[in-house]
Write a protein that binds this ligand. Structure first.
Ligand SMILES: Cc1cc2nc3c(=O)[nH]c(=O)nc-3n(C[C@H](O)[C@H](O)[C@H](O)COP(=O)(O)OP(=O)(O)OC[C@H]3O[C@@H](n4cnc5c(N)ncnc54)[C@H](O)[C@@H]3O)c2cc1C
Length: 450
């Protein structure tokens, strides 16, 4: 008799799940999720992800019950909890998804020491396993996206796996935890769970994706997939998403490229785990220290509407449009010249899709300490606003105090007549963009920009 544990981590789905699929082939299968104390008590866990995760677990349990099983939920250290079950139920095999963080790899190591067969499924969280591709010129990972993408596109991906029809789960304690209280979630947080994720994926691949190439940067259109939290928690499989996206339209090809960025950042973190906290490529920055400036940025009070709208979207939804993330992050690191780690931690505190690889490596990309081949580029907030929010509709959505402002002034309210400006109750710009650009140029040893 074989008994296999399917240890769910951030692959909280029954469809196209290599871990569950393989474990379900045993005579008995134990679908297990461990609420890991080390994660839930760390600064990485936030109210938004706790709320989303709670929904994911409830939905997963319901799907497993439809198949004759249930989700066993334990609390503690994953390897300890798995060890307890291994001893009590004569477990022969453990299945888990490969992941890239240092912490995930230590967990994998601890599971390997339990004395039963451990199967680590590497095309589960990623479409192309991290570190399976290496540059022809040598090196253990790709540091530049374009050549990575060229290779990534040619990789033969595994087929999409069916959800198991029937599961035989032994009698085990470990009920759903109910709500995972961890502070107050954002008021407009998206709903979690595989059922919602699959509906979103279905409508996206049917309609939204085909316009993606033209609309993905238009802030007010909000025409991106919003699948990032589902990809983070694995309620949608990236392999299935790519399969269903196809490459027939220009939008589908542009979207596929974006999904490759996700794998790209994962392989960088897999190769250089220290870059979660340390510069991937140091520029010898001596970042300014200013709580005042950081708090103005964090609270959406910089006086630059496009930056403030981005930060208020984050607070309201626990999510932010990619273009807004670029603008807000560039403002922190390059305009205010504050350490990218402070900004990354604020995103960790609020983002529902926050992912160590994607968040830290994107922050480093924007700060110019990561993989950007133009590390000193600055996303000027006014130029970005004019280009990606030309009529100010995005700004007005998140900054009600500017809702009635003439579109000609919405990105530069300081140009309004004084009485109108004062009536808004909106702060003046906290920094002069030219001076900030000169400060950044000097810090990086570049020629002044003017
Ligand atoms: C400073 C900064 C921090 C970020 N932090 C995160 C994070 O913690 N988690 C996260 O998933 N994404 C992060 N991103 C990337 C990107 O902003 C989000 O993936 C995207 O906005 C999610 O919305 P969407 O699903 O509608 O994206 P879509 O435009 O629909 O893209 C589809 C998917 O492609 C992937 N993707 C798109 N752009 C990127 C990118 N630049 N890097 C990696 N993957 C990408 C995501 O999985 C996304 O869900 C960050 C970007 C920046 C600039």
């Amino acid at each position: 008799m074989t008994t296999a544990i399917a240890l769910f981590t951030r692959d909280l789905r029954v469809h196209d799940n290599p871990v569950l699929h393989a474990a379900a082939a045993a005579d008995r299968c134990i679908p297990l999720f461990v609420l890991d104390d080390a994660i839930t008590s760390s600064s990485f866990f936030n109210a938004n992800r706790a709320e989303f995760l709670s929904r994911c677990l409830t939905d997963l349990d319901a799907s497993l019950r439809e198949r004759g099983g249930k989700l066993v939920v334990r609390k503690g250290d994953p390897a300890d909890e798995v060890a307890r079950i291994v001893r009590a139920h004569d477990v022969t095999d453990i299945h888990v998804a490969a992941d890239v963080s240092r912490y995930a790899r230590r967990r994998e190591q601890a599971l390997a020491e339990l004395g039963v067969d451990l199967h680590v499924h590497d095309a589960s969280i990623n479409a192309v396993p991290p570190l399976s591709l290496t540059p022809s010129g040598g090196g253990d990972h790709f540091a530049v996206f374009t050549p990575y993408f060229r290779k990534w596109e040619t990789v033969h991906r595994r087929g999409v796996l069916r959800a198991p029809v029937r599961l035989t789960v032994p009698e085990l304690s470990g009920e759903l935890p109910g709500e995972l209280h961890h502070g107050t979630p954002s008021p407009d947080l998206a709903e979690g769970g595989e059922t919602v994720g699959r509906e979103l994926m279905a409508s996206w691949v049917r309609a939204g994706v085909h316009e993606y190439a033209d609309t993905h940067d238009a802030l007010a259109a909000d025409a991106t997939s919003h699948l990032s939290p589902h990809l983070h928690f694995g309620t949608v499989s990236v392999t299935e998403l790519l399969d269903r996206t196809g490459t027939a339209s220009e939008g589908a090809r542009a979207y596929t490229r974006q999904l490759a960025w996700r794998d790209f950042h994962h392989q960088v973190l897999a190769a250089r785990p220290a870059s979660a906290t340390k510069d991937y490529r140091t520029r010898d920055d001596r970042w300014r220290q200013s709580d005042h400036d950081f708090e103005a940025w964090r609270d959406g009070r910089t006086g630059y509407p496009i930056v403030d709208a981005a930060m208020r979207q984050l607070a309201r939804e626990g999510w932010m449009h990619n273009r807004a993330r670029l603008i807000a992050a560039s403002f922190l690191c390059k305009t205010l010249y504050l350490d990218w780690r402070r900004g990354a931690q604020h995103f960790i505190d609020l983002l529902v899709d926050c992912d160590l690889a994607n968040n830290q490596m994107n922050w480093q990309w924007v700060a110019g300490t990561g993989t950007d081949t133009r590390p000193n580029r600055v996303h000027n907030p006014l130029a970005q606003a004019g280009r990606y929010d030309p009529d100010g509709a995005y700004v007005k959505r998140y900054l009600p105090e500017l809702a009635g402002v003439d579109p000609r002034y919405v990105h530069e309210p300081w140009k309004l007549p004084e009485d109108e400006r004062e009536a808004l109750g909106y702060p003046p710009p906290m920094v002069d963009l030219h001076e900030a650009a000169d400060r950044f140029a000097a810090a990086r040893g570049l020629r002044p920009h003017r």
